[in-house]
Each structure stands twice: as structure tokens, then as C-alpha cells.
Write a protein that binds this ligand. Structure first.
Ligand code: CTP
Length: 456
């Protein structure tokens, strides 16, 4: 068990004092029950990765409690979380995975802000040996770490003091699998060959961490990824596994993280290089055409929707799915449990495409273009535009950026002031006014008034 110097002063110096205090309280509670408490996962990774003098903003804290020598301590995580919740009544406590993991959540707390603490109970096999045996001591936390995805995420810092006869000290880094070395050589490495077969979402996580941290995927690990994909792992698991909904939810979450990140382009490229898009559908390959489509859609979205009213990540995913045969699109989107409007868009895409391609080239007047395209949602038009000819694309662009924004020069109140009785006629008048405006027949309020008086 390689040891480095005590990490607690570093952690204390870099965490917000309130969070440090909370960790101390948790470790005291664990200690008083004869348990060990560890900080694990991304928190330790980020602590070791960021500059020593930089504050560390931890919003997701993963703790593991190891109540190794009492067979009844299965719910140790829950007990500890409940105790902390008594001290922090504003925190919400939730439990998942049959009492193995408890979570404490703070939302916009005046001192702790948004904070999420997971407290898991180390999976303990019951050892009948005395607790003083250091191998027994290490076994359950080691097993817990061994179940994790990558060496850089399988590091732990012990937050509790040792018991009599134990080697390690409070604040020690537990690095059973060479995580520190991989952090230094900037590599993503799995802990065992079956990792991606057991959990194919880790393929997406490997890509996400590699691109986000500027690491490379270690070559043997890359082999394991390629092997898992070639064996159709995702599809097999989905078909065989009772947990399929959880699997697809996790895959969708990973896709979301990747496609909404600033670094989505290199991440998508890396996914494609690994042929990992085949986890979505066996035929999905990032061709040059598809790559162009997805970049073009993203550029359009940036301009048309600078405030991010649409889910840009989801639309990027729809572009990928739309690349498949129409009959396959819905299957993939349903498997991924995409939201209803997303499913609708993909379902209707083929039909809208046919209508627009058939009609739009025959329309010259702006009002004709407007009346055709206004039947469709913006996002559907964006999805469609990259799949059609340049001239149709230009016309859709003209509609989205200009025509769709034109308003009639008068409104309902103006009609009332002109003496028209409110009723269905209003819509008709305003629509015709808009058409005349779009076609350049009306330019001013006076011309609009004259137009109405002439026609109604
Ligand atoms: N984990 C895993 N396999 C997965 C998902 C998660 O082994 N498919 C483990 C990893 O050890 C990870 C921990 O669970 O460190 C917590 O998961 P998560 O919060 O998703 O990852 P973080 O490492 O905290 O990453 P981030 O910084 O993106 O939150």
C-alpha cells in the first residue's frame, strides 16, 4: 500500500471551511463507531490534479464508510448520513441501492451552497479475523475501489485515525492500483479487462475524462474498449439485462455530459474514432457528411438561439439519430428514453422533409415561403435544413432569421380603434396584413391602415 504524506492539511487549506468542518464532523462520527471513513472518487482526483494553491470547489463529494468488523454494519453509510442530517437539518436525505448508499443534498444553502454528498458503505465480506490485521483492514475499501471505473477515480484519502495495530495514518492516500502514477502520466486506465463489458457507459466516461482532462486513453484500455464495442456489448446488455432502463438512462446521461460540454467536438471525434457511436446503433458511423451536419446545426443554434432556450445537446443527438434509416430512428430514440418532443421531431422528420422538398422550390413569394414553413417547429426546420440542398437550406435560413420575425404593422388594439368589431375576422385581417408586409406591399402604418380600409 504505497503511502504519500498526510493529505489533510492540503485538503483543509483548499476546501471551503464549512465543507471541511462537515467532513471533520463526519469522520468523528465514523471514528466513534469504530468505522473508517474515506474521501474517494472525483474529489480526490481533482484535489491531486489542481494546483496546490488553488481553492477546490467540491460540489459532489463521495465518501465511503467502512464498518469492516461488524457484520451488522451494512447500513453504516445510512447511519452516518442520518447522524449528519441531524446536525444539518436543512439537508435532504435520500437512500438508494438497498441501504448501501445514502445521499445528503443541500440546495442553495446560505453556507454550503449546492452540495451533494454520497455516503456508500464499503462492500464488506465478513472476515472472522481480528480487526488489527492490516490486510483485513484494507480489504473492504480495496474491494470498493476495485469496482470503480478508472485508476484515477479509484484513489481514496482516509479521514479517520487508525486503530491499534493498523499501519496507515489519518490523511493517507490509498492508491492500490497506480492511480497517482496515471494522474502524473495523464492516462485513463481501467482496473480490469472486463470493466467495459460490465458497464459499457464507461466507454463514454473514458472519452469524457480523456478530453476534459487532456489525458490519453492508455493503449491496453483502448484495446478493451474496441473489443467491447466489436462484441456488441451495449446491445447485448440491453437485451439481456433486467437493469436495461438504468443502463440506458446512464448512457443518455453520459451522452448529455459529452454533447453539452464545451469540448463536445473533440469528444465526439474520439467516440467516433473508437467506433463507440455503435453503442447507439450498430450502423452509426460519423461520416464526413454527418460531421458537417452536426457542426452546421450547432452553428445555426448558436445564432438562432443564443440564450439556449433549446437543449442544444439533445438536438446534436437528434442529428446523429436522424442519420439512421427512418425505421431505426424511433427505436434508438425510444431506447434512450428521449423526451416526447424529441421523439415527435424524429418521427415527423421524414414527412416534413418530403413536404418541404416537394413544395418549397416552387414558391417564389416570401409570404408563400412563410406560410409553408410556419407550420413546422424551428428545431425541425434546423434538423431538416442540413439534410437538404443548398438552395432549400438558404431559404430556411432566410425564414428563421428574417421572415419568421416579421410582425403585422398593426395589432388588435389598432383594429379596434379603426372601428372593427373584435372577432375571428381579426386573425384574418392581421394575417393578410402580414402577408402584404412580407411581400413588400406595405411599409408603414399609414399604408397598413389604407390596406385594411380598402379590403375590409
Ligand atoms: N463510477 C464508476 N463507474 C461508472 C460511474 C461511476 O466506477 N459507470 C465511479 C467512479 O469511481 C467515480 C464515482 O463512481 O469517481 C462517482 O461518479 P461520478 O460522480 O459520475 O464521477 P466523478 O469522478 O465524480 O466525475 P465528475 O467530476 O464528472 O463528477
Amino acid at each position: 500500500q504505497p503511502l504519500t504524506s498526510c493529505l489533510l492539511p492540503t485538503i483543509k487549506a483548499r476546501l471551503a471551511p464549512e465543507i471541511w468542518r462537515l467532513l471533520e464532523q463526519a469522520s468523528n462520527e465514523a471514528q466513534s463507531r469504530g468505522w473508517h471513513l474515506y474521501l474517494v472518487g472525483g474529489g480526490v482526483r481533482d484535489l491531486l490534479l489542481t494546483e496546490a494553491n488553488q481553492p477546490l470547489l467540491l460540489q459532489d463529494i463521495d465518501l465511503v464508510v467502512d464498518g469492516f468488523h461488524r457484520a451488522t454494519d451494512d447500513g453504516a453509510g445510512l447511519e452516518l448520513a442520518s447522524k449528519i442530517q441531524q446536525m444539518y437539518p436543512q439537508a435532504r436525505l435520500s437512500v438508494h441501492g438497498e441501504f448501501q448508499t445514502a445521499a445528503l443534498l443541500w440546495h442553495k444553502d446560505p453556507t454550503l451552497g449546492n452540495l451533494w454528498i454520497d455516503i456508500a458503505t464499503a462492500r464488506t465480506e465478513f472476515y472472522p479475523y481480528p480487526a488489527a490485521n492490516p490486510e483485513v483492514e484494507a480489504s473492504s475499501i480495496r474491494q470498493d475501489l476495485y469496482r470503480r471505473d478508472f485508476t484515477i477515480n479509484a484513489l481514496a484519502v482516509r479521514l479517520t485515525s487508525p486503530k491499534k495495530g493498523e499501519f496507515s495514518r489519518k490523511g493517507d492516500l490509498l492508491d492500490f492500483f497506480g492511480g497517482l502514477l496515471d494522474l502524473r502520466s495523464r492516462q485513463i486506465r481501467v482496473l480490469h479487462p472486463n470493466s467495459f463489458i460490465e458497464d459499457p457507459t464507461r466507454i463514454y466516461r473514458a472519452v469524457r475524462f480523456a478530453v476534459r482532462l487532456g489525458f490519453t486513453i492508455e493503449s491496453q484500455t483502448e484495446e478493451y474498449i474496441r473489443y467491447a464495442i466489436a462484441s456488441g456489448v451495449y446491445e447485448r446488455l440491453r437485451l439481456e439485462n433486467q437493469q436495461a432502463p438504468a443502463l440506458t438512462t446512464r448512457l443518455r446521461t453520459e451522452l448529455k455530459y459529452i454533447l453539452q460540454a464545451e469540448y463536445w467536438k473533440p469528444a465526439l471525434q474520439l467516440l467516433a474514432d473508437l467506433e463507440a457511436l455503435r453503442c447507439l446503433h450498430q450502423d452509426l458511423i460519423l461520416t464526413n457528411q454527418l460531421w458537417w451536419q452536426i457542426r452546421c446545426v450547432s452553428r445555426w443554434l448558436k445564432i438562432i438561439d443564443p440564450e439556449n432556450n433549446f437543449d442544444h445537446w439533445l438536438i446534436r443527438l437528434e442529428v446523429l439519430i436522424a442519420h439512421l434509416n427512418p425505421s431505426e430512428r424511433i427505436k434508438v430514440a425510444t431506447n434512450l428514453q428521449l423526451p416526447k418532443d424529441s421523439l415527435q421531431r424524429l418521427k415527423k422528420l421524414e414527412q416534413i422533409e418530403t413536404e418541404v422538398i416537394e413544395k418549397l422550390p416552387h414558391y417564389q413569394r416570401k409570404s408563400e415561403i412563410y406560410l409553408l414553413l410556419r407550420q413546422y417547429k424551428y428545431v425541425s426546420l434546423i434538423l431538416l435544413s442540413v439534410r437538404t440542398s443548398k438552395s432549400i437550406r438558404r431559404t430556411i435560413w432566410q425564414y428563421l432569421t428574417r421572415l419568421a420575425k416579421v410582425e403585422p404593422l398593426l395589432n388588435g388594439n389598432d383594429l379596434k380603434n379603426l372601428g372593427y368589431q373584435p372577432g375571428p375576422i381579426y386573425k384574418q385581417i392581421l394575417d393578410n396584413l402580414l402577408i402584404a408586409t412580407l411581400d413588400g406591399k406595405i411599409h408603414s402604418y399609414t399604408e397598413a391602415e389604407a390596406f385594411i380600409q380598402q379590403n375590409y
